[in-house]
Ligand binder design. Structure first.
Ligand code: SDX
Length: 423
């Protein structure tokens, strides 16, 4: 049995055999037989827009691997900084490589004072931190014009280090601005997650030492959010990157996509949903409303996973570690009841709807004291590693500019009518 498909154009009787390679068929072969006939797949539900070696998902079996390493092992034994190296370089670092990487990231955490004083402090007092983050990332492109030299690997590497390093600084700065607190400069003696928590929470004390359990929990969450193959925001990164825009502009586009409540905004939407349900006895009526199509179960469902999102399972375990320190989030019981009812109901089972990464993450963030507006920002901080790895990959593959076709369903040709002659 050949590993191929054969297509026939019934209008002409012509046939073409196309090999199946790496789980796909080459659309360029298709157009040889059927020029002008396009696949109609507006949400890319059955379309591979990239051949990537970064992350592997198996939606049926709930498998997630970064560069071949299972997410469960990385969450157990690695750190976000090491995973960011793995994702962007393709291999786990040697001790010397990691030390160099850690040094470079640590010494690029500062942002230009004008980004803080002139730009970020120019926002309205109640600006959403995600809107500030998207704008600040784009603004970085004006401070590092050399980033436009996207074909120089050394220039690319420098921008990758800058972005990974500066995301926590900008993110914490957005929060501090939104609550009227002074900006906190990075503390280079702290590791990645602890430094971010210090920039978030430090007040009058000379040094803020985060609780190590909370810092580790946040680092695990950063590992889990670091990449996820061709999701909506990564696709935005690739589309803008394919135009050969600089990495800051492309990352701002990716961050903008992540802001959407269907994507990275879902963890914020989950908490709003749990607050709306408010009591355990309201769970059944909420599920009924979902089944009537009146609303959605936020944090449930996924385009790829047709089973439990492996990240959700790890986050659920991590939640217990956090709640040991912070006290249990009262919304947890409602979330657990929602999951129990949904996973026993055919509406969700038949649609293969399970908890995704966002269902429990917000409970942890809230218990750690983050305002819910910061939740998508917490998603963006680690995802920048995945976005940048995909950006480098598309450049190294010399990908063509993204320019899909369309099916035209508009008006047939017609002549202009002067306004005086119109009805
Ligand atoms: C992320 O792609 C990624 O990898 C994303 C991500 C990453 O790491 O980058 O994993 C992060 O974005 C996770 C997803 C976070 N979003 C949410 O939790 C929002 C709630 N979920 C949905 O809106 C939805 O499930 C999506 C957007 C996640 C997926 O949408 P799809 O694949 O387009 O599915 P669909 O909208 O076509 O729904 C299929 C059916 C529909 O029912 P029918 O029309 O067939 O009757 O399932 C239903 C939908 O109504 N459905 C839901 C539902 N999600 C889908 N019904 C109730 N609640 C839900 N959450």
């Amino acid at each position: 049995m050949a590993n191929s498909i054969t297509i026939t154009d019934n209008r002409t009787g012509e046939c073409l055999e196309i090999p199946i390679a790496d789980g796909g068929i080459d659309a360029q072969q298709w157009t040889k037989l059927l020029p002008g006939i396009w696949f109609f797949d507006p949400a890319f539900g059955a379309t591979a827009a990239a051949a990537s070696a970064i992350t592997e998902l198996d939606g049926e079996r709930g498998i997630l691997r970064y560069r071949g390493y299972p997410i469960e092992q990385l969450a157990q034994s690695s750190s976000y900084l090491e995973v960011a190296y793995l994702i962007t370089h393709g291999e786990l670092p040697s001790p010397a490589q990691f030390e160099d990487w850690r040094y470079e990231i640590t010494h690029h955490t500062f942002i230009h004072e004008n980004v803080r004083k002139r730009f970020m402090e120019g926002f309205h007092h109640d600006a959403h931190p995600m809107g500030m983050l998207v704008s600040a990332i784009a603004a970085l492109s004006t401070f590092y014009p050399e980033a436009k030299n996207i074909h120089d690997p050394a220039v690319r590497q420098k921008q990758i280090i800058r972005l990974i390093a500066k995301m926590p600084t900008i993110a914490a700065g957005c929060h501090r601005f939104s609550v009227g607190m002074p900006f906190v400069y990075p503390d280079n003696s702290l590791d990645f997650a602890a430094n971010f928590l210090a920039m978030m929470w430090k007040t009058a004390e000379p040094r803020f030492d985060a609780n190590p359990v909370l810092a580790r929990a946040l680092d695990v969450l950063f590992i889990l959010h670091a990449d996820h193959e061709q999701n909506c925001s990564t696709t935005a990164m690739r589309v803008v990157g394919s135009a050969h825009a600089d990495p800051y502009t492309a990352t701002a586009a990716a961050c903008a996509a992540l802001y959407g409540p269907r994507h990275g905004g879902a963890n914020e939407a989950v908490i709003r949903m749990l607050n709306e349900i408010a009591e355990l006895e309201n769970v059944d009526s909420y599920i009924a409303a979902v089944k009537r199509g009146e609303t959605r179960l936020q944090g449930f469902g996924h385009r790829v996973y047709r089973s439990y999102d492996p990240r959700a399972a790890i986050i659920k375990e991590t939640a217990h570690d956090v709640f040991e320190i912070t006290g249990k989030n009262p919304l947890l019981d409602i979330a657990l009841k929602l999951e129990e009812v949904a996973l026993g109901d055919d509406y969700f089972i038949s649609r293969e709807l399970y908890p995704n990464v966002d269902f429990y993450s917000g409970l942890i963030y809230q218990a750690m004291g983050f305002p819910i507006e910061m939740f998508p920002v917490l998603f963006a901080i680690p995802r920048v590693a995945g976005w940048l790895a995909n950006w480098v990959e598309l450049l190294e593959q010399d990908a063509r500019i993204a320019r899909p076709r369309q099916l035209y369903v508009g008006n047939p040709p017609r002549d202009y009518v002067p306004i005086g002659e119109r009805q």
